[in-house]
Write a protein that binds this ligand. Structure first.
Ligand code: F6R
Length: 261
């Protein structure tokens, strides 16, 4: 894993946007895997800004979101389709038909999950998967104790996740307990992963994911097995890492490599 420690949320969002933009420039038909939550909001704002000011073109980009609550339709304010529409899709020139999110109202959920996997495969797989991380180490809605090789399926949210996500609902009872999520196997198939974490409340999950053993009890630890994963974390989220020689910035890493060469 490549670890980049940044000063604050703004820098984290800038660098994450840089990864996405670089992928889009290199391959205009890029397939992006996307998360929701608080962490990627700054990244999405930067992409929108780059589209509006710099003409960043999303017309040939395809996206797959990691997850969706079961029982929430696209019009529900807390559905992830609604989130994506409001923060990104509705503000850029992406073709709506190229944006994919599991159907929270699917009657045949097994089929919905199978179709999602086939769809990802049919476009040649995900080029860049952006991820956030839960306090319990989840990525997507892959909670501790699942399979490290899991595919898209229906998952039960951990009580900690329900509690964390209740900040977006009027009460904890309104938070759906079930979701459809890409699996850890699905995520691991992406050609490149970028995991973003910010704030002290993520420090333990980051420490365990990076420096602990690979275990289903810390789902993000599966990324240790991924050959092209970068973690972008702020100082607070990095505060429990024991190794001290992680790069302080992408630039620092480039300079180091240049010196060696
Ligand atoms: C949601 C998702 C989750 C979040 C995680 C962190 O699509 O993939 O794994 O990334 O729960 O959420 P925030 O960023 O709100 O702390």
């Amino acid at each position: 894993m490549d670890i980049v420690i940044v000063a604050d949320y703004q820098e984290l969002s800038e660098i994450a946007a840089g990864y996405v933009i670089a992928h889009m420039k290199k391959k205009p038909r890029t397939v992006l895997g996307l998360p929701t939550g608080s962490t990627p909001e700054g990244l999405y704002s930067r992409l929108v800004e780059e589209h509006r000011k710099g003409g960043l073109d999303f017309s040939t980009v395809t996206t797959f979101n990691l997850d969706e609550y079961l029982g929430l339709g696209p019009d529900h304010e807390q559905s992830y389709r609604h989130y994506m529409q409001k923060r990104l899709f509705g503000r850029i020139n992406i073709n709506e038909e190229h944006t994919h999110i599991p159907d929270g109202l699917a009657r045949d959920t097994d089929r919905c999950c199978r179709d999602y996997e086939h769809l990802i495969e049919s476009v040649g797989g995900i080029d860049l998967q952006v991820l956030g991380i839960g306090r319990d180490g989840h990525i997507g809605f892959n909670e501790p104790g699942g399979s490290l090789a899991s595919r898209t399926r229906v998952v039960v949210l951990a009580p900690e996740t329900v509690e964390d996500n209740s900040r977006f609902f009027s009460s904890v009872d309104e938070v759906p307990q079930l979701a459809v999520s890409m699996g850890l196997g699905t995520i691991s198939d992406a050609r490149r992963c970028v995991l973003l974490a910010c704030g002290e409340q993520k420090a333990e999950a980051i420490e365990q994911s990076v420096e602990g053993p690979v275990t289903a009890m810390v789902p993000a630890s599966v990324l240790q097995m991924h050959p092209e994963t970068t973690l972008i974390v702020d100082e607070a989220a990095a505060s429990r890492l024991r190794r001290k020689n992680y790069y302080r910035a992408v630039q620092e890493k480039r300079e180091h490599i240049a010196q060696i060469n």
